[in-house]
Design a protein around this ligand. Structure first.
Ligand code: F3S
Length: 409
């Protein structure tokens, strides 16, 4: 791999031990993936952040980098925390777990990370532009910035993300290269020209992820322009059910004003038709329990909810209260929650029994002590992972369905 003078100096320890180690790791990764060079990464987003999935080894890694004097050279944000950052005791987070999670937070504080603890950092101060190279983990965020914004990131892995933040460099392979961003498969939406309902975006995403695997696809036939929340839900589902990191949506993705442009002048390797029967089948697959099952947790905000989505929940509640024996949790990041607080939404929701939970989520915080049997969600990503991560049955539905079930149980 070609190394610049500046990169060589980092490898030789000019910028300290942490940067030296990070550069050694990045050059090894680059060699392994056949990268010819490193490229400047203007930001990093770190998934090596939640104790529930990084365990003691992950705590040691971030503490080691901090102890070596590591300081992030570029804007670096953190994925959700492994517990509610405001009321961990209320959510029954074990004390020993809290201590370890706090050690992670302290290590990153010393290194200069922005502790925004969110899976939607692009809506919270870390916004890459079209064509910008970055090094992010968090599959849903990577899929969003590649597909909706036209920024360039591979689905990095935990630990590599820290190295990218410390050096401001990332190996140039995969989705950093033009040739790997061209669509290979064409996905044709054939739903009679109708616009998708909000709840259908995550269903479609679930199908796209499991169908495309690691192929880049271009989706054609979407009526109307999807909003940010629609794309967020669709791409999170797609990045959960498969290794997807980039999907061209014709007329939406900056690199895909047309299908032809997304395909780069080539013919598609295959064409997949998505009709109503496909959507119905996927909708059914996202639930592991029958519709008549009693629900004891309604959990939404995967990925983290926006202010608009929180407002919508309040409107749908129509002054009614959550049923006894049911928890209704909304997950969001701190800037969103602060805005919801200023608008009075959080207090009004709390009075109706809906809890706005801060900077974590149902999958990466330990909620076993609650012993939930059936979780209902409007997120296909959550529905995909919850049977394993929360060890409970799942019902997938629209936010309207989720609210009605929270009220009726
Ligand atoms: Fe975010 Fe947790 Fe879902 S990290 S994307 S809310 S699984």
């Amino acid at each position: 791999m070609k190394i610049t003078k500046d990169e060589k100096a980092m490898l030789e320890g000019r910028d300290g031990e942490a940067v030296k180690l990070a550069m050694e790791i990045l050059t090894e990764v680059g060699e392994a993936f056949g990268a010819e060079e490193l490229v400047d990464a203007s930001s990093a987003h770190i998934v090596l952040a939640m104790y529930k999935s990084i365990y003691d080894a992950g705590v040691e890694v971030c503490e080691k980098f901090a102890a070596m004097g590591g300081k992030f050279k570029v804007t670096t944000t953190l994925d959700p925390c492994g517990m509610d950052t405001e009321r961990p005791d209320y959510f029954k987070t074990p004390r020993e777990y809290q201590d370890k999670q706090n050690r992670v937070g302290e290590a990153y504080r010393k290194m200069g990370a922005i502790p925004v603890w969110t899976c939607t950092p692009h809506f919270a101060g870390n916004l890459p532009r079209f064509g910008e190279h970055v090094g992010w983990t968090e599959s849903s965020a990577v899929a969003f910035i590649n597909s909706a914004l036209g920024a360039r990131s591979n689905r990095e892995t935990a630990g590599i993300d820290v190295c990218i933040g410390l050096t401001g460099k990332t190996p140039k392979y995969g989705l950093h290269l033009d040739e790997n961003r061209r669509a290979q498969a064409l996905l044709r939406l054939e739903l009679g020209g109708r616009k998708l309902e909000r709840w259908e975006y995550p269903v479609l995403g679930y199908f796209l992820g499991k169908t495309l695997g690691s192929e880049v696809g271009v989706l054609d036939g979407m009526a109307g322009l999807p909003g940010n929340d629609d794309l967020k839900a669709m791409l999170a589902g797609a990045a959960a059910s498969g290794p997807l990191a980039l999907l061209h949506v014709a007329g939406v993705t900056p690199e895909a004003p047309t299908v032809e442009k997304a395909l780069g002048g080539n013919k598609p390797g295959r064409t997949v038709v998505i009709d109503q029967s496909v959507m119905d089948q996927c909708y059914a697959e996202l639930s592991t329990a029958g519709r008549d099952r009693k629900v004891d947790l309604v959990a939404v905000g995967c990925p983290h909810y926006s202010v608009g989505e929180i407002e919508r929940v309040l409107a749908l509640m129509k002054g009614r209260r959550v049923a006894k024996g049911v928890e209704f949790w909304i997950y969001a990041n701190r800037p969103t929650v602060e805005m919801a607080e200023r608008m009075g939404l959080r207090r009004e929701l709390s009075e109706l029994g809906v809890t706005v939970t801060l900077e974590t989520c149902m999958l990466i915080s330990p909620i076993d002590a609650w012993n939930f049997k059936t979780l209902m969600t409007d997120s296909s990503k959550c529905a995909f992972y919850a049977p394993i991560q929360v060890r409970c049955d799942v019902l997938f539905g629209s936010i309207e369905d989720c609210v009605e079930r929270a009220i009726s149980g």
